[in-house]
Write a protein that binds this ligand. Structure first.
Ligand code: ADP
Ligand code: MG
Length: 729
């Protein structure tokens, strides 16, 4: 019988995959069964109430109290029939995850006993005691109240036995305290801006919707091994661990056959996702061992983001049934790939046109180019803001680690689109175009091949890539709330579209023909945004140098990255678009600095503890064994014979001793650095201190621990090793 170094390993080896959990019916039969969607609203609501919700979804109108009462009654009836006993407002505070507080439907009845009650007032608004959610100082404790308000554009759903109502979360004085509020505002901004431009090409367009298709990467680790790693339990990543002799170098994981236990987890998860109306579609093995990906069919952005948050929560729950734990951390293991969350982003009109899809005639292709060029220009002008929106303590490990998009923001367009932009740049001269020139250009634009979609080259190294009918924002971290990145992306593109419109309209007012005006402005934007376009290898050293020559920024730490939010031009832009006012922006950035400090602080403490009370004692014990061995040798052998036998051992004893001393002194110094940083009042200074004086110790201490792992008796090593975490399943 095999001898296991760990009880945990034995447990893992004895696990049986759970039987397949799946509904008997076709997916389409039970899809959305736990969602209060339009068909259910139609059934449970009066025609009037139904219409008021539909209007709210489609045109953002408000639902009055009388209607809200009716909706609440319908929702309650449906929820009770489906086994719900509680309701909750479900929201996205500025933490990693969603929040909910369940209340039972029960109220005391006049006739004694209880009845199930729910009202429009409770549906529309609630006041959770919100003082312990992060607000970045917006909500002083004396005005600690915040409230949640119903977002009818995302349907209510039943989670286990609780009716969950998606809501925004704002302070008593109206400032956003969550991700959803500014996301919705940014969606309104991009709707207005993009509609204005789309109307140049089609007068019948009245609204533009932003879409999101997320690709969620994650690791699955066996529960028993996970529990034996305090660093994983407390920080979501391994703070130590020598790399496994084999990890991903054979490239045998990507798209490989999915292990049965994992597949059962996925089936179970998808089953639950479908009931909640989340259109999950793709599952596969990722590059690193025990790493996987899940992607849905894209949806309207607010809904898609709710669905991503819901799925992340669901994944934790379902994983436990299968004795797995999910890691969403961007870099749980050093030396192998980390996890991201590609955000596939596009805009589409109410007339069903994808504004990032090349069309069939010159006019629609000019529209396509207009949106492409303005997006590139927006990215070019706002590199720092885009980076700020994705940078945090955990994603910092991943960005620039030669496997994820680098910290330098660039745009990949592929050869076809690049050629089109080059053509436009040369065809449009300084002077007014002759009719012949214009016809020739339009003809060329008309030839934008339909093949773009099939021929867009794949470039995995670009943080922001055009992939045929959408942009893929790849730098977003796997643990992130997508809204953080999307609020900024929507805003900078909306802002650029507004500027473009003002300019084109100005030229038209001065008598320039519309298409000529569009050509002229686009040409200028193409020239100005050229430095951000890069089709080469984003992981190469040459690119770092080339980007510097081009004047692109390259920031590699959180405190510096976050500073971009508070530049005067950023503050002006968010305010002008109505996405975030100055106070909200300050509050949000403050929260980010705090989060960074706390995450590094926790990691530093956990590492200190593990080093001192897990690793050092074992190292000392092994060293003592070696010392004993040397003594024993001395009793039996002597002279040269003894020297020959003992010298290797003595060397090892010294080596272990040196690592132990260094670990101890570095843990001491790290603690001192923390103490110094902790007394700093200013959050920015504190974050900088943590970044510069505490953070480097994490790697330095780990280095010595990992060296010890290589020499100490395998049976004594107190933590599951990388090879076990990544390959035992
Ligand atoms: P890949 O790994 O090749 O990028 P995936 O199938 O894993 O592709 O994921 C692609 C994601 O992009 C899916 O969520 C898909 O629905 C989404 N997507 C496809 N077209 C669009 C679009 N026009 N706008 C937004 N997302 C889209
Ligand atoms: Mg992709």
């Amino acid at each position: 019988m095999a001898v296991f170094r760990f009880k945990a390993l034995e447990e893992v080896m004895n696990r049986e995959p759970r039987p397949i959990v799946r509904e008997e019916n076709l997916t389409s039969d039970y899809y959305g069964s736990l969602v209060f969607d339009k068909p259910k609203m139609k059934k449970y609501l009066s025609r009037e109430a139904y219409q008021s919700v539909v209007d709210a979804i489609e045109s953002g109108t408000t639902i009055d109290r009388k209607m809200a009462d009716q909706v609440a009654q319908g929702m309650k009836a449906w929820a009770l029939e489906n086994g719900a006993t509680h309701y909750t407002h479900w929201f996205h505070p500025l933490t990693d995850g969603t929040a909910e507080k369940h209340d039972a439907f029960v109220e005391i009845s006049n006739l004694g006993g209880v009845i199930e009650a729910f009202s429009g007032k409770l549906l529309a608004q609630q006041e959770p005691d919100a003082s312990s959610f992060p607000s970045g100082g917006i909500r002083q404790t004396f005005e600690a109240r915040g409230y949640t308000a119903w977002d009818p554009s995302s349907p209510a759903f039943i989670s286990e036995t609780t009716l969950s109502i998606p809501t925004i979360f704002i302070s008593y004085t109206g400032e956003a305290l969550d991700y959803k509020t500014p996301l919705l505002r940014s969606l309104r901004a991009i709707d207005l801006a993009a509609t204005g431009i789309a109307q140049y090409f089609d007068k019948t367009v009245v609204s533009v919707q932003a879409n999101l298709g997320w690709e969620q990467e994650y690791f699955l680790i066996d529960e028993a091994l996970f529990m034996a790693r305090p660093d994983l339990v407390l920080t979501g990543r391994t703070l130590m661990g020598h790399s496994s002799a084999k990890d991903q170098q054979l490239e045998d994981h990507y798209f490989s056959s999915i292990p049965t236990r994992v597949n059962r987890f996925m089936i179970d998860l998808e089953n639950e996702a479908y009931k909640l109306g989340v259109p999950v579609k793709t599952r596969h093995d990722e590059v690193a061992p025990n790493q996987f990906e899940l992607a849905p069919i894209y949806e309207e952005m607010n809904l898609a983001n709710d669905h991503n948050q819901l799925i992340m929560d669901l994944m934790h729950k379902v994983a436990r049934r299968h004795k797995f734990r999910v890691l969403f951390h961007e870099k749980p293991f050093t030396g192998i790939n980390g996890s991201g969350k590609h955000n596939n982003w596009s805009l589409s009109t109410n007339t069903g046109v994808n504004l990032y899809s090349p069309g069939k005639n010159p006019k629609s292709n000019l529209q396509f180019l207009t949106f492409i060029v303005n997006t590139i220009k927006a990215v070019h002008d706002n590199q720092d803001l885009l980076r700020a929106s994705i940078y945090n303590a955990s994603n910092q490990h991943r960005l620039g680690a030669n496997e994820a998009p680098p910290s330098i923001i660039s745009v990949f367009l592929g050869t076809e689109v690049s050629k089109m932009l080059d053509l436009m740049e040369t065809a449009v001269g300084e002077n007014k175009m002759t009719p012949d020139e214009k016809t020739a250009l339009k003809l060329n634009i008309g030839r934008i091949p339909e093949i773009i979609l099939d021929s867009t080259d794949r470039n995995r190294t670009s943080p922001f890539a055009f992939t045929g009918n959408r942009f893929e924002y790849r730098a977003v971290g796997s643990s992130a709330n997508c809204a953080s990145a999307l609020i900024v992306l929507n805003s900078v593109v909306a802002n650029q579209l507004n500027k473009f419109k003002a300019e084109v309209d100005g030229l038209i007012d001065k008598g320039t023909k519309k298409d000529e005006a569009i050509f002229q402005v686009l040409k200028r934007l193409i020239v100005e945004s050229k430095p951000i376009r890069f089709n080469g290898n984003g992981y190469s050293e040459e690119w770092v140098e080339e980007a510097a020559r081009r004047g692109l920024s390259n920031v590699r730490n959180v405190p510096e990255a976050l500073a971009a939010y508070l530049r005067p031009e950023s503050i002006r832009m968010f305010k002008k678009l109505g996405v975030l006012d100055e106070r909200e922006l300050h509050g949000r950035v403050e929260v980010e600095y705090e989060k960074f400090v706390k995450k590094v602080q926790i990691e530093s403490r956990v590492l200190g503890d593990l080093a001192i009370n897990h690793i050092v004692p074992v190292a000392v014990r092994y060293q003592t064994m070696l010392l004993q061995n040397v003594k024993n040798l001395q009793e039996v052998f002597s002279g040269e014979e003894y020297e020959e036998l003992a010298s290797g051992r003595k060397q090892l004893i010294k080596e272990i001793g040196a690592h132990i001393s260094l670990i101890k002194s570095k843990v001491h110094d790290m603690t001192e650095a923390r103490k110094k940083a902790n007394v700093l009042e200013d959050n920015v200074e504190k974050a900088e201190a943590y970044d510069q004086t505490v953070f480097p110790f994490l790697d330095e201490i780990r280095y010595h621990i990992d060296k010890l792992e290589l020499v100490i008796d395998n049976e004594m090593w107190p933590l599951p090793k990388y090879r076990e975490l990544l390959f035992v399943r």
